[in-house]
Design a protein. Structure first.
Length: 262
């Protein structure tokens, strides 16, 4: 079987949440005339909810619906959420195109290594597909981005921490769990990958550093790029010899090693 590397998007390909998604949501609220402005702390709490549409749905409390004169009909609320989310995605992809959200250390390097070695490449994310593809192209370049299979947005009804998107990826890619290594940044993402039986490397991001990553095969500050952006090893249960950056050989060891996913 083809060894395969599957990335989450937000917080993995780029540290997008604080500097990308949050301001895009707030810009959408302002344009819609809504008295909402999510703070860093509020948005950090909302990240426990997988998916942008699902986070927008939290706005529809009975009190806020009444005071903001929002529709009470569930179908009308769903349509409004879809319009808000489309506007938010447009703001976000513009920021990505403008270079506001650079790829995280080691992403372009490890993707190039994996491509050259014949690995399959994929992204599994709860974000909208347009947002994911914009980040992917900016993080790894147009040529390498074309080699990725993207699973994103509403392709499964149950989002992370449910394992559904990874189970879908396994089916669609035609690979077995033992041939896959996942790169995630959050406890929700880790739970989703482990639920699908996948070995997982965690690269912590701005909102996730204090989360519980029990079960990860490796936890690092980033994949790392030497000499300017070295990786810091935070948890290394398999004792991999990592000196400043995670290499494809490390990921291959995780894939072929005799250990089992906890």
């Amino acid at each position: 079987m083809t060894p395969t590397l599957i990335f989450d998007c937000d917080g993995v390909l780029a540290d997008t949440e604080r500097d990308g998604h949050l301001p895009a949501f707030n810009q959408t609220f302002a344009e819609a005339g809504l008295p909402i402005h999510w703070s860093d702390e509020e948005y950090g709490n909302l990240l426990a909810i997988g998916g942008g549409k699902e986070r927008l749905a939290t706005v529809f409390t009975p009190v806020f619906v009444e005071t903001a004169h929002l529709p009470t009909d569930p179908d009308e609320q769903k349509d409004l959420i879809a319009r808000w989310h489309k506007a938010k995605t447009a703001h976000y992809t513009t920021m990505v195109a403008d270079g506001v959200l650079p790829g995280r250390p080691g992403i372009a390097r490890i993707v190039a290594e994996a491509s050259a070695a014949g690995w399959g490449l994929a992204v599994a994310s709860t974000s909208a597909e347009a947002s994911v593809r914009a980040v992917l192209e900016h993080a790894v370049g147009d040529e390498l981005a074309t080699q990725f299979t993207v699973f994103a947005g509403d392709v499964v009804p149950a989002k992370k921490p449910a394992p559904d998107i990874y189970l879908l990826a396994l089916r669609e890619l035609g690979v077995h769990p033992e041939d896959v290594v996942v790169v995630e940044d959050s406890a929700n993402g880790l739970r989703a990958a482990l639920g699908a039986g996948l070995r997982t490397v965690v690269t912590v991001s701005s909102y996730t550093a204090d989360e519980d990553f029990t079960g990860a095969s490796l936890v690092v500050s980033s994949l790392g790029d030497l000499p300017d952006d070295p990786a810091t090893v935070l948890d290394n249960p398999l004792g991999l010899d990592i000196d400043g950056q995670v290499a494809l050989s490390h990921l291959d060891h995780l894939r072929t090693g005799s250990h089992s996913v906890r």
